[in-house]
Write a protein that binds this ligand. Structure first.
Ligand SMILES: [Zn+2]
Length: 489
């Protein structure tokens, strides 16, 4: 179902802090993470031993966390790394580590196309993109998608579901490019292709046949876009066809759903219908929905009913705030609506939730860096988030929760048995990663380093020591030159 990755290595990550909480058994707040066969074998507390060169604690003699540029009070090279007996040992110097990011909803085929002058509504964005698709070539799609993969890796993402358009105009061009990229980057990237009928199935005859052909390829799941049909009857038929394909091909399903400001048009209020259709086919736990912004428009009693139905069918909702904030509320002359699925209500009703970037720099979304940490902060800002625990939860929505959208059995956490796909932040405070937006220091896929922040220059060591004397909070990381992606394999 998912393109596999080759190769796995052993390593020890020393002196790590785990995001979203630390091991209470570790007085230093630090752990050593041992990786074997591409999986986390052990997570062991590091005893506090300030000043010790063996069993370095990441703390200075005053018990304060040291910066990446300093060890035992002395400047040192960042990312201290050694190899003994074939096991790579990487000293994280007290930096924060988290499960690598997952993008369960990312459009690579139409990324980086630019935004039409004057902006676009949803319908205008679909029309503008349809025009651009007529000029797509393999080389063009490949170049833009490749750039997106580099951005994603640099952000700490190692798993992506690429929503890829299929229709009689573009044919299978996008799917073919994504298949080639999946193979090429299999060493670090878990990659799924959602076969996505953006322009509808009933309203674009020939699309269903193309979807069936695409679904015979490995690493595919079935996508859907019922709001692109001409009537609510057709939209429901679209839902049925997509879920029937999920059963027939034994794949997961992922629908773009209910992307509207209000409840006037029934093509945009299908969540309950999807929940029912999911349960009827025994697809619980295997269906995801992107957007679902009309949840924000519903009176709380109706919304509660819809959320309970989604929770009962174990449907995952992927919140896509960068797009929804741009496309929703456009006609509001005052107090423009936020148009974002309500995070607190989703949690209250036990709906499985994840977050993702969706579109990047095109007619649907003029902004974006394919960085789930950026999306987490955006969502925090529009969702009234203020507590440490809620920021930690946002980090989980960008990693472990997304992994479960790609694979219902996924275990994606910093714990023994989990796959060693990890992101290390240039940060020493596990509670403020979302707010700080720190640079990514190191990214590992199956225990193997696949991206590394450039090493600090000597002038930066001085800046780091000045930053340490700053009167606020934890020591700041020195500004680093722009990182360069090291695409593995
Ligand atoms: Zn999308």
């Amino acid at each position: 179902m998912t393109a596999g990755r080759e190769g796995a290595e052993g390593a020890v990550l020393r002196n790590a802090r785990i995001a979203g909480g630390s091991d209470p058994a570790a007085p230093s707040g630090l752990v050593d993470i041992r990786i074997e066969g591409g999986r986390i074998a052990t997570v062991r507390p590091v005893p506090a031993a300030p000043g010790s060169t063996d069993g370095y604690s990441g703390l200075d003699r005053a018990g304060k966390a040291e910066s990446p540029a300093v060890r035992g009070g002395r400047p040192r090279d960042s990312g201290d790394e050694a190899e003994r007996g074939g096991i790579r040992s990487i000293d994280l110097g007290g930096r924060v580590v988290a499960p690598a990011f997952v993008e369960p909803h990312l459009h690579l085929d139409k990324a980086l196309l630019g935004t039409p002058a004057g902006g676009a509504t949803l319908a205008e964005a679909i029309a503008a993109t349809a025009e651009r698709k007529a000029g797509f070539t393999t080389a063009d799609v490949r170049a833009r998608a490749g750039r997106m993969l580099a951005m994603a890796l640099r952000a700490g993402t190692t798993a992506i579901r690429a929503q890829t358009e299929v229709d009689p105009g573009v044919g299978l061009l996008g799917v073919e490019v994504m298949s080639a990229l999946a193979e090429e980057h299999a060493s670090w990237l878990e990659f799924q292709i959602a076969v996505f009928p953006q322009e509808g199935i009933l309203s674009r005859p020939g699309t269903l046949e193309l979807m069936r052909t695409a679904l015979r390829r490995p690493g595919t799941v079935v996508g859907g876009c019922p709001y692109s049909e001409a009537s609510v009857t057709d939209a429901r038929a679209h839902v049925d066809q997509v879920l029937d394909l999920a059963v027939e091909f034994g794949v997961l399903a992922d629908l773009h759903l209910d992307l509207a400001d209000d409840l006037d048009d029934e093509r945009f209020t299908l969540a309950e219908y999807v929940a029912r259709a999911t349960a009827e086919r025994g697809l619980e736990g295997r269906v995801a929905l992107g957007h679902v912004t009309t949840l924000a428009a519903m009176p709380s009693v109706r919304r509660g009913r819809v959320l309970d139905a989604l929770a009962a069918a174990d449907i995952g909702v992927v919140v896509l705030p960068a797009t929804d904030l741009y496309l929703m509320g456009r006609a509001d002359e005052s107090n423009a609506r936020r148009g974002v699925a309500p995070l607190a209500a989703l949690r209250e009703h036990g709906v499985r939730t994840a977050i993702s970037s969706n579109n990047v720099r095109n007619a649907f979304t003029p902004t974006g860096r394919a960085d789930p940490l950026d999306i987490a902060l955006l969502l925090a800002r529009v969702s009234f988030v203020s507590e440490d625990a809620d920021f930690a939860e946002l980090l989980r929505l960008a990693s472990g929760a997304g992994a479960r959208i790609l694979n219902p059995d996924a275990r994606h956490a910093v714990e023994p048995g989990a796959r060693a796909d990890l992101v290390v932040f240039d940060s020493f405070d596990p509670a403020t990663v979302v707010v700080d937006q720190p640079p990514r220091h190191l990214v590992l896929a199956r225990g193997r380093p696949v991206y590394r922040q450039e090493r600090l220059e000597s002038w930066a060591l001085e800046l780091a020591s000045i930053a340490e004397q700053a009167p606020f909070g934890q020591p700041a990381a020195a500004p680093a030159p722009a990182p360069v992606a090291e695409l593995a394999g």
